[in-house]
Design a binder for this molecule. Structure first.
Ligand code: AMP
Ligand code: ZN
Length: 668
């Protein structure tokens, strides 16, 4: 691994400059241009050089401190006890070596115990509570001085503003991690994409960017979470006791921490989470192993950079470097054109990656991905790997910017881009690509679950013009199917049987399977439950649709548009003629004093949330709709109600204020 026979002092200087540049990009600008693994490699090379040639080490070398410079926009917040970095252990061997070192240093190695915790990939913060009240929250910054982001942190729901309980000292300092879940991150990016805003590269950047917003209202709107992991300035005697205490006082603690007295199960815990990390809805990049007993911790002490009593067992990087060979454009079932990068195959956390999603033209332009580019690929929160960034230094000469094609790559129709939409679309309803995707969606698990109807088959059915719409699937017979490529007699018979079985899946699956824009599985379920049959749904006007919980104007309009198109109605009728079930068994509603009454809730109430109001109404047999219509029985209006109140007045629907509403619920 040692670098070419360059003068070590010169190489070290080069590395330091390079590392400082990347630290600034990472910590200050939140815009890293190399992967964590590459950064670690630079750092390791420098450390190795300095260890081999101690005479060239300098006091201001990046190896001597923790990275980061606070931004000037926030007040500075000094940490009484520095927030150090963690030493890394790559792989089980390095972890074993570290454990062995600790054993040799302490006087009573047999009394050693360890606590293992997820290393959450977020942003570390320090919180100060005085007499149980949160008075300050700060980022790590350079470890000695961070940024005072109290106002922002107060908006994070899981950070308690007040804590209490037995043994709570008058001043407590708690450290922990602010993070974003994968699902929250994905939703945030989706809505940013819809709004034409740049998306975040990963949940960590999104969390860090959200906490360091100058406008706390933006922070408040972001799906941030918090786990506490360190308790300072208390009388506990161990890390495990600290975690238990914090939980008792009301801090959120990641429940997956474990205490170990033996090394073997501890190492197994690390390896186990390395495998299972994707089961979690938040990203972890390792396991932090801490010596449990605080006296042991004190005996071990710390270097300027990191404590000697803790180590970060790092998982192999989830990022890798590859080269873009092509940018392909695929046509989805709604006609949306999606650019996809074709990559040189590369392994990312155990999976070979050859494609990366690029969402839309704006995204490609923002990342400026070009054919021939060297790129950093990551498997993050999303199913399809993503291109994190381009490595600009490695761009070949003459690499051309990407442009969306003018014509559909599948059917040749002229591509349109609707006003206010990010996406380009093929407007041709009988476009073969769209049809193929619609078939695959119809057959998918969440929809009609037709086993054996995969990509190859769908392609042939469309290309050979055997299937021109979804209903044609139910005309397929084993003989026709057996004549197709890669189809034996047995698989043909199985497919016919699977199609037969799919007929009884029920309305919610049919609705989802039809692929109506904006109708995901949950909306399909809500519609099916509310209307019970396809006939009732098709007859419903927009207002009626909007009364369904979770159905907003966009969704209602999209449903109407779908059923207003004669060709869609014909397909649905033909599906029904083939015996595809178009009804849904309704779940019995709770009956109670509000049975048969429909409510719309608007504004904020002091004694209960919108969700709380909804469940209170439903528990009493009532129904809650999303918008006001003539069929609304009551509008419940809290503080600063929206246009729904105006509409209620216009339609003369009775309006209840909070007090009247509580009285109706039978509470005061
Ligand atoms: P590093 O920045 O890689 O040196 O690692 C140190 C960082 O790990 C801390 O600043 C925390 O942000 C983070 N971390 C995540 N989970 C934990 C945990 N359970 N205990 C301690 N540190 C953690
Ligand atoms: Zn087309």
């Amino acid at each position: 691994m040692s670098p070419p026979k360059k003068n070590p002092a010169r190489r070290a200087e080069e590395l330091r400059a390079e590392i400082r540049r990347h630290e600034r990009l990472y910590y200050v600008l939140d815009a890293p241009v190399i992967s964590d693994a590459e950064f670690d490699a630079l750092m390791r090379e420098l450390l190795e050089l300095e260890t081999a040639h101690p005479e060239i080490a300098t006091p201001d070398s990046p190896t001597q401190r923790v990275g980061g410079t606070p931004q000037d926009a926030f007040p500075r917040a000094a940490h009484e006890i520095p927030m150090l970095s963690l030493e890394n252990a790559n792989g089980a061997e390095e972890l074993e070596a570290w454990l062995g070192r600790v054993r040799r240093v302490v006087d009573d190695p047999d009394a050693l115990a360890w606590v293992a915790e997820h290393k959450i990939d977020g942003l570390s913060i320090a919180l100060r509570y005085e007499d149980g009240v949160l008075v300050r929250g700060a980022t790590r910054g350079d470890g000695a001085i961070g940024e005072d982001v109290t106002v922002n942190l107060r908006t994070v729901r899981e950070i308690p503003l007040r804590v209490s309980g037995k043994g709570l000292p008058s001043v407590v300092i708690v450290r922990g991690e602010v993070y974003m879940t994968r699902s929250g991150f994905q939703r945030l990016n989706e809505s940013r994409e819809e709004a034409g805003e740049p998306t975040f590269a990963n949940p960590r950047n999104a969390a860090a960017g959200s906490v360091r917003q100058l406008d706390a209202r933006i922070t408040a709107a972001r799906p941030l979470h918090f786990f506490a992991y360190t308790l300072l300035q208390s009388d506990v005697t161990s890390q495990s006791e600290g975690l238990e205490r914090m939980a008792e006082w009301g801090f959120p603690i990641n429940p997956e921490w474990r205490r170990f007295e033996e090394r073997e199960p501890l190492v197994a815990y690390c390896l186990d989470w390395q495998e299972r990390r994707h089961e979690l809805d938040f990203e972890i990049d390792g396991v932090v192993v801490k010596v449990d007993d605080l006296d042991h911790q004190a005996a071990l002490g710390a270097t300027a950079k990191h404590p000697r009593w803790a180590v970060a067992y790092k998982f192999p990087a989830e990022e890798a470097i590859s080269v873009v060979r092509d940018i392909m454009v695929t046509v989805g079932r709604t006609g949306k054109l999606t650019p996809t990068a074709v990559l040189d195959p590369v392994e990312v956390s155990g999976v070979t990656v050859q494609m990366a999603g690029l969402h839309n033209e704006d995204e490609v332009a923002r990342k400026d991905v070009r054919v021939g580019d060297t790129v950093v690929v990551a498997r993050g929160g999303e199913v399809i790997p993503q291109i994190v960034r381009v490595v600009p230094e490695k761009r070949p000469r003459g690499a051309r910017r990407f442009r969306m094609p003018k014509r559909c790559p599948s059917c040749g129709a002229e591509i349109v881009r609707l006003e206010g939409e990010v996406a380009h679309r093929c407007p041709n309803a009988s476009c073969p690509s769209q049809l193929r995707e619609r078939i695959l969606h119809w057959a998918s698990r969440g929809a009609m679950d037709v086993d054996g109807l995969g990509d190859m088959l769908a392609r042939q059915l469309v290309d050979k013009e055997i299937v021109a719409d979804l209903a044609d699937l139910y005309d397929l017979d084993a003989e026709t199917l057996a004549g197709l490529e890669r189809m034996g007699k047995l698989s043909a018979r199985n497919l016919v049987a699977a199609l037969e079985r799919s007929k009884s899946r029920g309305l919610r699956h049919v609705l989802y399977g039809l692929g109506i824009r904006h109708v995901g599985a949950s909306a399909a379920g809500a519609l099916a439950e509310a209307f019970g049959s396809m006939d009732a749904l098709v007859a419903a006007d927009r207002e009626r649709l909007e009364e369904v919980e979770g159905v907003g104007p966009t969704l209602a309009e999209s449903v109407r548009e779908f059923f207003d198109a004669p060709e869609n109605r014909i397909v649905v009728e033909r599906l029904a003629d083939h015996g595809v079930a178009m009804t849904e068994k309704r779940r019995a509603r709770a009956s109670g004093p509000l049975s048969g009454k429909t409510f719309v809730v608007t504004g904020t109430m002091s004694s209960l949330s919108r969700a709380g109001a909804t469940s209170a109404i439903e528990a009493r047999g009532g129904k809650v709709a999303g918008s006001v219509s003539k069929k609304t029985d009551y509008v419940v209006a809290g503080e600063s109600p929206g246009s729904k109140l105006d509409r209620a007045r216009a339609l003369k629907v009775p309006v209840l204020d909070e007090e009247a509403f509580l009285a109706l619920l039978g509470e005061d």
